[in-house]
Design a protein around this ligand. Structure first.
Ligand SMILES: [Zn+2]
Length: 144
């Protein structure tokens, strides 16, 4: 369960980073931020590609930003948009593989640019997540 201070930090960071989105095609910018289980924050923005199949969501960029720093265990993720917006299906599934690291549900915060927010659980938004049993031990023990 996110503490009030963690909600304040994760929402502020997602809102603040949104301005850096590389959204030259759609003009629709997203900011995201993850909170690791050891208390660190990593931000991400959407990056659009000239070729349609290229580009990445802000949530995936934030998760990858954590991975770059050797973090694989996430407590929460936040998406900042004009309206309360939750991660897309692909990002929810991407998040689901990280929930396998420690079998914890992950809190998902949607925040608008005024700071209004809602919190859901990954299990609520993706109740039938795909979990690879064959990789379960490898994911849990990776880099330990
Ligand atoms: Zn996405």
């Amino acid at each position: 369960m996110l503490l009030p201070e963690e909600i304040k930090n994760i929402t502020n960071k997602a809102i603040e980073i949104r301005k850096n989105a590389f959204s030259f095609k759609s003009g629709h910018s997203f900011g995201a931020c993850v909170l690791t289980t050891d208390g660190e924050y990593f931000e991400g923005v959407n990056v659009e590609g000239v070729i349609s199949s290229l580009g990445v969501c802000a949530e995936m960029a934030a998760l990858d930003h954590g991975v770059v720093h050797g973090k694989y265990s996430f407590k929460a993720i936040c998406t900042a948009d004009d309206n309360l917006t939750y991660p897309c299906g692909a990002c929810l599934q991407y998040l689901a593989q990280f929930s396998q690291v420690n079998d914890m549900d992950i809190e998902i915060v949607a925040v608008d640019m005024s700071g209004n927010y809602e919190i859901k659980q990954l299990s609520e938004l993706l109740p039938k997540k795909f979990i690879s049993k064959s990789f379960d031990e490898k994911i849990k023990n990776f880099n330990k």
